[in-house]
Design a protein around this ligand. Structure first.
Ligand code: NAG
Ligand code: NAG
Ligand code: NAG
Ligand code: NAG
Ligand code: NAG
Length: 332
């Protein structure tokens, strides 16, 4: 009697200690609620643990459902191509991708969690292209901004008709161009009607632009923490629609949200010193945001007034604490 109630109390204490208060780490948003069904990754498939690059490459290559635990550092000599029906999950706090980033191209049902993706040169950390049902959760994306805007590409770019994606609880930091949605204004016919993405409870710090920057799609951006997002955080252009709510902006952040189409010069000062003109996007403001010292420029209010799924907003006063406690590696 005594022993079992002790075990009960001890396990309660463990389960609360494992997850910071106020955090719900389950899948929420477009990656869950969409007409093709919840993103389940490798669910019901075999589980394997890989410790070297060659094993990692082959474990994620096919479309057979599989849960792949990655342990240690993987210095990849080429882009890692992840197949459909995969969960790729880093072990502990130290799983790390170096050298080359990850492609999810023309695939469906992919989960990428708990990976450090650092200093990827010449291409994005993760590129999701022509793919549906993807959940990018609890990763850490890191490089540096001292090398200027063109040293690195995107951290997590989502392009070419990709759809039904959730990007949650990631720690994006020390990087210029964070997350681009729709990679060309010339792809209007290709991308229109796609690019439904939920960004929630991500922590951005010391970044330049694109947190995220969207064209032609719909992004629900809620409960993210932005610290020193220097030039422009959320950008909605080329008829893109964003629903922005419950976000907190701190530090040196010039512009929190803009629907003015101009791609600002600070995005690519070397190649577009005057910026690039595109037509404006749309924004709707849901629950109150805390813009801090940042400005906003909403030139067109849109019709993305309500997310078509159930989600729970973190109270604005708790966002900073909850996101700092819950985002990034070693939480799941
Ligand atoms: C990764 O491998 C390349 C080529 O072998 C090497 O130049 C580089 O220093 C390695 N990077 C890390 C982080 O180990
Ligand atoms: C795996 O993914 C493919 C799409 O590439 C899909 O057609 C197939 O049904 C999936 N398999 C299972 C068992 O879920
Ligand atoms: C997009 O992905 C689908 C598979 O889901 C494939 O059949 C199609 O060829 C791809 N299209 C392009 C342009 O890559
Ligand atoms: C805000 O948008 C207007 C266009 O409606 C533009 O003229 C102005 O320069 C923008 N402000 C900033 C700070 O970009
Ligand atoms: C929402 O607004 C866009 C841009 O004006 C328009 O193209 C679209 O038809 C509208 N959607 C609905 C459901 O009214």
């Amino acid at each position: 009697m005594l022993l079992s109630s002790f075990i009960f109390v001890a396990s309660l204490a463990l389960s609360t200690a494992a997850k910071p208060a106020g955090c719900d780490f389950s899948l929420v948003g477009f990656g869950k609620d969409n007409r093709f069904g919840e993103t389940t990754g490798g669910k019901d498939g075999e589980t394997v643990t890989v410790k070297d690059a060659a094993s990692l490459v082959s474990a994620v290559a096919d479309d057979v459902p599989r849960i792949v635990y990655a342990k240690g550092t993987f210095n990849l000599t080429a882009r890692l191509k992840v197949g459909s029906n995969k969960s790729l999950i880093g072990v502990g706090k130290g799983a790390e991708i170096r050298g080359n980033g990850i492609n999810v191209n023309s695939k469906t049902n992919v989960i990428i969690r708990n990976l450090g993706i650092r200093y990827i040169l010449g291409n994005d950390g993760i590129t999701i292209q022509n793919s549906t049902r993807v959940w990018v959760d609890h990763n850490e994306f890191e490089s540096d901004i001292t090398g200027g805007p063109d040293k690195y590409d995107g951290q997590c770019d989502i392009v070419r008709t990709s759809d039904w994606i959730t990007v949650s609880w990631n720690y994006f930091h020390d990087h210029w161009k964070s997350s681009l949605v729709g990679n060309s204004d010339a792809l209007r016919d290709v991308d229109t009607g796609h690019l439904h993405i939920t960004y929630h409870h991500n922590h951005w710090r010391n970044s330049g632009t694109r947190g995220p920057a969207g064209r032609f799609g719909h992004q629900h951006v809620y409960n993210n923490l932005y610290e020193d997002f220097h030039y422009q955080a959320i950008h909605s252009r080329s008829d893109n629609q964003v629903l922005v709510e419950g976000n907190v902006f701190r530090g040196d952040t010039r512009e929190a949200l803009s629907t003015y189409g101009l791609v600002i010069p600070d995005d690519s000062p070397n190649t577009s010193p005057d910026g690039d003109f595109e037509i404006d996007g749309f924004a709707n403001l849901g629950a109150k945001n805390d813009w801090g010292p940042a400005s906003i420029n909403v030139t067109q209010v849109g019709n993305f007034t309500k997310a078509p799924y159930i989600y729970k907003l973190t109270a604005l006063r708790d966002v900073q604490k909850v996101v700092k406690a819950g985002a990034g590696l070693g939480q799941i």
